[in-house]
Write a protein that binds this ligand. Structure first.
Ligand code: 4AZ
Length: 241
C-alpha cells in the first residue's frame, strides 16, 4: 500500500493474508497476497494469485495454503491460521487482460461471524465516482519491493469509468473494462495498492466494492489502481457454490 498508515484487524477483521509454506518464500509468514472474508468459511482473493497461467504451476502445488486472520503483524502470533480446503478460480479470468480477477476460497474452519464483510451489489452508492474508499494490505509501500510485515491501509477515491478508461486506453498498460473493473486513487498519485496487496479488499460505506487487481506501477499520477468490480463477480460466485 502506497501512502498508507498502520491498520488494525480489530477495526477491519475481514482482512486476511493469503500465505503458503514455501512456494513464495517464508518471510512474513509466507504471505503472498491479500484476501477478504465474505462468509465464515468463504474468502475472496484475486484469480491471478492462484491461476495456473499466472503462477506457471498448479494451485495444488502450493504447499500449506492458508489464510491468516486476526493478525496485523505477520511475524507475530495473534489471530488464527486456517487451512484453505477448496479453491475456485473464476474460469472466466483472462490472464492477459486481468478481466474477472476473482477466486473463492473455502476454509477448513469457520471464522468468527463478525469477521465477514457484506459485498456491495450493483447500484450500491460505494461505486459512485468520488466515493471515499479504503484499500488494505501487506504489500509493497514504495514500488521498490518494500514489503511490510504489518497491515496498512490507504484512502483512495473511486474514479469515474471515463477517467479510468482514459488512464488505460490503447491497452499499452492494460485495458480498463468498466463492466468487470473499477479504478481508484487520486489524480495526483500517491495513494494506491501495490504488489503483494493483490486480492485484498477495497471498502466503501462498510461494504466490499473491489479486490486489488492491477495497475501501471504504484501510486503514479494518472495511473490509478484497478480493482475487480465486486458487483460483476457476485453472479459467478453464486454458481461457484
Ligand atoms: C501487482 O503487481 C499490482 N497499483 C497490484 C496493484 C497495482 C499494481 C500492481 C496497483 O500485483
Amino acid at each position: 500500500v502506497i501512502g498508507g498508515q498502520p491498520a488494525h484487524v480489530n477495526d477491519s477483521p475481514w482482512v486476511v493474508a493469503l500465505s503458503s509454506r514455501d512456494r513464495f518464500g517464508s518471510t512474513r509468514a509466507g504471505q503472498f497476497c491479500g484476501a477478504v472474508a465474505v462468509g465464515p468459511k468463504r474468502v475472496l482473493t484475486a484469480a491471478h494469485c492462484l491461476s495456473e497461467e499466472a503462477l506457471g504451476a498448479d494451485v495444488s502445488q502450493i504447499r500449506d495454503l492458508r489464510v491468516i486472520s486476526g493478525r496485523d503483524e505477520l511475524n507475530g502470533s495473534g489471530g488464527k491460521e486456517i487451512a484453505v480446503s477448496g479453491t475456485w478460480v473464476n474460469p472466466g479470468f483472462d490472464v492477459t487482460t486481468n478481466s474477472g480477477d476473482v477466486a473463492v476460497l473455502t476454509l477448513a474452519e469457520a471464522l468468527p461471524t463478525q469477521s465477514v464483510i457484506p459485498m456491495a451489489e450493483a447500484g450500491d452508492a460505494g461505486y459512485r465516482s468520488g466515493t471515499a474508499a479504503v484499500v488494505y494490505g501487506w504489500g509493497d509501500t514504495t514500488g521498490n519491493g518494500d514489503y511490510v510485515s504489518s497491515l496498512r491501509s490507504a484512502k483512495v477515491s473511486v474514479l469515474s469509468n471515463s477517467v479510468c478508461e482514459r488512464a488505460y486506453s490503447g491497452g499499452r498498460n492494460g485495458t480498463y473494462e468498466a463492466s468487470a473493473m473499477l479504478c481508484a486513487g487520486e489524480l495526483q498519485g500517491g495513494y494506491d495498492a501495490c504488489q503483494g496487496d493483490s486480492g485484498g479488499p477495497l471498502v466503501a460505506h462498510g461494504r466490499l466494492i473491489g479486490l486489488v487487481s492491477w495497475g501501471s506501477g504504484c501510486g503514479r499520477a494518472g495511473s490509478p489502481g484497478v480493482y475487480t468490480r465486486i458487483s460483476a463477480a457476485i453472479g459467478w460466485m453464486a454458481v461457484a457454490g
